[in-house]
Design a protein around this ligand. Structure first.
Ligand SMILES: Cc1cc2nc3c(=O)[nH]c(=O)nc-3n(C[C@H](O)[C@H](O)[C@H](O)COP(=O)(O)OP(=O)(O)OC[C@H]3O[C@@H](n4cnc5c(N)ncnc54)[C@H](O)[C@@H]3O)c2cc1C
Length: 513
């Protein structure tokens, strides 16, 4: 393995390049050279502003200073997602999917004990401090907390456009990645069917040993060249169109929400992501249930309600084909990012998959062609599992809803649209709360805690099980609820607001790790 070629300079391309280069630099002196070729004519998709906490480790491992990243990519801190109007559609209907695990989650399952207590606090409020922090717009750390460390677990909201440019600069200047601006026009094959080289518009030919397809929805290498089939999941996840808009704050000191706000609509939902200098807002909807005009009207009304002049803004339309390739690594080509597939923006699951894919390639980088087939086989098995788990988790949000005000919500609960794997889990969870053993892999994208937050946030009922019923378990649970209450009180008193912390970081920076 002498040369790795990455096609595409969006977030997927640069995150992959940086992750591989940092790992190679750390592990050996004479590793493969990495080249990233990107079209000067095809723009990046330019959306994708919500992330998972994994991004902290991804950036840290690449040698990026968190202070630089926050200052240059319009970043704010994200502590989870608030889902409004997803359960009944009423004005006061909301729940949180926070980023902190329920209190003592590795020792005790608090869900049955919370269910026993009956009404009162919401599930997320009872087991974790983050709902309270988000409702107050607080930050997840202090200015004295070192870079990437947290007081409350967090991810980021970021500007997708500036992020890929920021990564590009770091990858080229600090990690020695070769960057070529050119249009890839065709693929040249070797006798064994591998990709030998790429021919570009400038007339140059780029040869390599491993080709990573980060060419976005075009899927230039895996989709167009190799014709690896696309597995649509539109029968399960109905959304296929997004309208996105950038909304200014009323003034430069306006509060920044500490979470992604997701507000359900008649046939989809609106995302609202607060960056440090503006909000990113978008309506993602199912065109089978809602016209573009209706979707645009709803988005404008939402933007107007927040005080912005909705008629003066530019709206961008993006078509989505929910689904993924049947496999992701074929011959000497592996697809990462939109070229591998995309489901929908709910729960920001795309970038986390990019990070996990790049990480697995970096950890298992085949030394030569002979080792590649077995690595590819394992990669395909792992990621087929992960895509299916994510499809299940996203669908969960729609099937627990009790909304019946629109066919979109009613059809979402039709059994024929629910994967068998999810139906089986739903049946299990009628009798016992989600727990670690319900899943096959140790490193799940969405762990049992995420399922608990969604299910119980949406009022799902689990019948009393004989498990967890002893007096000693009950006592332990009460102690955990109490611990969470104390922790919440402490954090609420000491944490600054999201805006205050961002301003301080811009002025003074965070302590280096
Ligand atoms: C509406 C919407 C909302 C989203 N929200 C989120 C979110 O909140 N969180 C999240 O994690 N993800 C989200 N995503 C997904 C996220 O945007 C993508 O995963 C991420 O931006 C990575 O995109 P990419 O790099 O794969 O593709 P792109 O950004 O499209 O980049 C493709 C690259 O390929 C290059 N290219 C294309 N053709 C050629 C050629 N012939 N020769 C050379 N280069 C070429 C282009 O120049 C470009 O550099 C969202 C996606 C959509 C559609």
């Amino acid at each position: 393995m002498k040369r790795i070629i990455i096609v595409g300079g969006g977030t997927a391309g640069w995150l992959t390049a940086g992750t591989l280069a940092a790992k190679i630099k750390e592990s050996c002196d004479m590793g493969p050279r990495i080249t990233l070729v990107e079209s000067p004519n095809v723009p990046i998709v330019g959306v994708g502003e919500g992330t998972w906490p994994t991004m902290r480790n991804t950036l840290r491992k690449m040698g990026i200073r968190e202070t630089d990243f926050i200052r240059e990519c319009d970043v704010s801190f994200k502590q989870g997602a608030k889902f409004a109007k997803w359960t009944s559609g009423a004005d006061n209907d909301f729940y949180y999917h926070p980023l902190i695990l329920p209190q003592d989650f590795n020792h005790i399952n608090l869900a049955p004990h919370w269910l026993d207590q009956g009404a009162g606090q919401s599930f997320s409020e009872a087991v974790c401090p983050q709902e309270a922090l988000c409702e107050l717009g607080l930050a997840p750390k202090l200015i004295t907390t070192p870079e990437y460390a947290s007081v409350a677990n967090y991810a980021y909201h970021l500007n997708a456009g500036t992020f890929s440019k920021f990564l590009q600069k770091h990858c080229v200047d600090k990690l020695g990645i070769e960057h070529i601006l050119d249009d890839v026009l065709s693929v040249n094959s070797a006798d064994n069917g591998d990709i030998r080289s790429l021919s570009c518009a400038s007339g140059s030919e780029i040869d390599g040993d491993l080709f990573i397809d980060c060419s976005g929805f075009k899927s230039l290498l895996l989709g167009q060249h190799y014709q690896v089939a696309f597995k649509s999941c539109k029968d399960t996840l109905f959304l296929d169109t997004a309208l996105a808009v950038q909304v200014p704050y009323p003034d430069e000191n306006s509060a920044i929400a500490s979470h992604t706000i997701s507000t359900a609509q008649d046939a989809g939902w609106i995302w609202d992501i607060g960056l440090s200098s503006r909000r990113g807002v978008g309506h993602v909807y199912a065109s089978d249930y809602c016209s573009e005009q209706e979707a645009a009207d709803k988005l404008r009304a939402y933007v107007k309600a927040s005080g912005a002049d909705a008629d003066k803004l530019d709206y961008k339309k993006i078509l989505i084909q929910p689904g993924h390739r049947e496999k992701f690594w074929h011959k000497n080509c592996v697809a990462i990012g939109l070229s591998a597939g995309f489901l929908e923006p709910l729960e920001a699951s795309a970038l986390v998959l990019v990070e996990m894919s790049a990480q697995m390639i970096a950890e298992q980088l085949p030394a030569n062609r002979a080792a590649m087939s077995i690595v590819a086989k394992r990669f395909n098995k792992t990621f087929s599992y992960r895509w299916q788990r994510i499809i299940d988790f996203l669908k969960l949000h729609y099937i627990v809803s009790k909304r019946d005000d629109h066919d979109f919500w009613i059809d979402n609960r039709n059994k024929a649209t629910i994967p068998d794997s999810l139906q089986e889990l739903m049946e299990l969870w009628t009798y016992q709360s989600p727990w670690h053993d319900d899943f096959d892999h140790a490193a799940e994208v969405f762990p049992a805690a995420s399922y608990q937050y969604v299910l119980y946030g949406m009022g799902f009922e689990t019948q009393a099980s004989f498990l967890e019923r002893s007096e000693s378990r009950r006592k332990l649970a009460m102690e955990s609820f109490q611990k969470n209450k104390m922790l919440t009180q402490q954090l609420v008193q000491h944490l600054p607001t999201n805006r205050e912390l961002i301003n301080k970081i811009k002025e003074y920076g965070l302590q280096k790790v």
